[in-house]
Design a protein. Structure first.
Length: 444
């Protein structure tokens, strides 16, 4: 046991040194040219299954002389490449694993320890001898355990005036299909996550991880995802008489939380026996997609630290939001309701303060990023004029940021008129949402 701990410690030190080295000289970017990686987050089986392939030709290796060198390389780089795949796991409605790493809630050592203890195959050669291959598999539960820190579960509030109803053996929430997203003018499909929450239509919280017994949350996921309607396959978890609920909507930036009716929520919360189902995590959520395959390469931890830097500056600013898309390696700042001179590209002085804040956020990112500024207008039923105006306004934004210390050479611009609305242009409030500028932050 002591030898194993010593090995893990040395493994951490080696990989942390390797990661730091890559960050200094961008060697990891070069190394990624050597590899292909595929990964599947399978929420039905609760595992992340990955395949790493070293392309012999890209690495300048030849068979049979470089066989051992190929195996050495793939073993050396596997932890770093796997780490980046793990960072994209959806934890809850607002965070990916990488976001919690950037916020300091978990550490890089936590993730590397899971990688050390994952199930791996020894490196092997493909039948054509042109790639070296390693397979890796790890339980999503191991990531989930990093976040279970409560000692005693709390009980959700019981709706007033509700009579004790039927006792159920489990909970099945059908969240398949397109569902309206609360607070937005879009519909989406549910995204599986380590810690989904359940809300009622009044946005009262019905279920979340701290309502589950900690010993249960350490032994199983707090909710199980499936796409099968055959209840016999669910019987071991939810029994023969589950409460069957049809989701009414979704909540959260990551589209992870089903919303249920007040009546269905009351059936759970008004009966102590049914509250026990929550404590034991006897919950199945049916959704359309239970497998996710992140694009390769995934961004490293620096992407999430950059997102955190931007978010910290912009936090609590009205009409400015920050979002992320790890698959496309893009962080996006959206400024809604920009005040321009009517039908012109001149920004009114009342928005200069917001421009100062945006520039401060962008300066924090250093010189290794570039920016794409995109203009959007409300619907004025003059498509050609709107397209020209949106492009001119994007250019004005670029010039204003350049005045505030952002190199103009790092900024490109485009405009889309009213062709990409985020809300129907039926009220002044909605038109203000469509009258926006988006700044995409792209790491070089």
């Amino acid at each position: 046991m002591n030898m194993r701990k010593a090995f893990i410690f040395l493994f951490f030190i080696f990989n942390l040194f390797t990661i730091a080295l890559f960050a200094q000289d961008a060697e990891i970017d070069k190394a990624q040219e050597y590899f292909l990686a595929t990964a599947v987050q399978n929420w039905k089986t609760g595992r992340i299954d990955s395949k790493l392939e070293l392309i012999m030709k890209n690495a300048g290796l030849k068979m049979p002389a470089d066989r051992l060198e190929a195996f050495k390389l793939i073993e050396q780089y596997a932890p770093t490449l796997l780490k980046d795949i793990y960072l994209s796991v959806v934890v809850d409605s607002s965070h990916l694993l990488g976001n919690y790493l950037a916020e300091g809630y978990i550490s890089l050592d936590d993730i590397l320890e899971i990688i050390v203890n994952s199930t791996k195959t020894k490196p092997s050669l493909s039948p054509s001898l042109d790639t070296a291959i390693v397979y890796d598999s790890s339980a999503l539960l191991e990531l989930s355990k990093l976040f279970i820190r409560h000692k005693t579960p709390y009980t959700p509030k019981t709706p007033p005036g509700q009579a004790i109803g039927k006792v159920y053996s489990g909970i099945i929430i059908d969240a398949r299909g397109l569902l309206p997203v609360h607070g937005e003018f879009v519909s989406a499909t549910l995204e599986p996550a380590l810690f989904p929450k359940i809300w009622d239509t009044d946005m009262n919280l019905v279920f979340e991880k701290n309502m589950v017994l900690p010993e249960t949350a350490h032994s199983q996921m707090i909710a199980t995802f499936d796409n099968r309607t055959d209840e016999r396959s669910h019987a071991s978890l939810v029994g023969a008489e589950p409460l069957r609920i049809v989701a009414r909507g979704l909540f959260g930036v990551n589209r992870t939380d089903p919303i249920i009716s007040r009546e269905d929520a009351a059936k759970l919360l008004s009966n102590p026996a049914n509250l026990e189902l929550i404590r034991q995590g006897r919950v199945i959520i049916l959704c359309d997609s239970i497998e996710k395959s992140p694009k390769y390469p995934q961004p490293d931890e620096n992407f999430y630290f950059a997102y955190r830097d931007v978010e910290t500056v912009i936090d609590d600013e009205d009409d400015i939001t920050v979002s992320q898309n790890p698959d496309d390696r893009i962080i996006k700042i959206t400024m809604y309701n920009i005040h321009f001179v009517a039908d012109k590209a001149d920004i009114l002085p009342e928005d200069y303060g917001r421009l100062d804040i945006i520039a401060e956020a962008l300066r924090r990112l250093g010189n290794s990023v570039r920016f794409v500024i995109e203009g959007h207008t409300a619907e004025l039923y003059r498509p050609n004029d709107q397209l020209i105006l949106s492009r001119e306004r994007a250019q004005t934004m670029a010039e204003e940021l350049a005045k505030r210390g952002i190199s103009r050479e790092r900024i490109s611009t485009d405009g889309f008129g009213a062709t990409v609305p985020v809300a129907p242009s039926d009220t002044e409030e909605n038109r203000a949402k469509n009258r926006r500028v988006e700044i995409k932050i792209i790491r070089e």
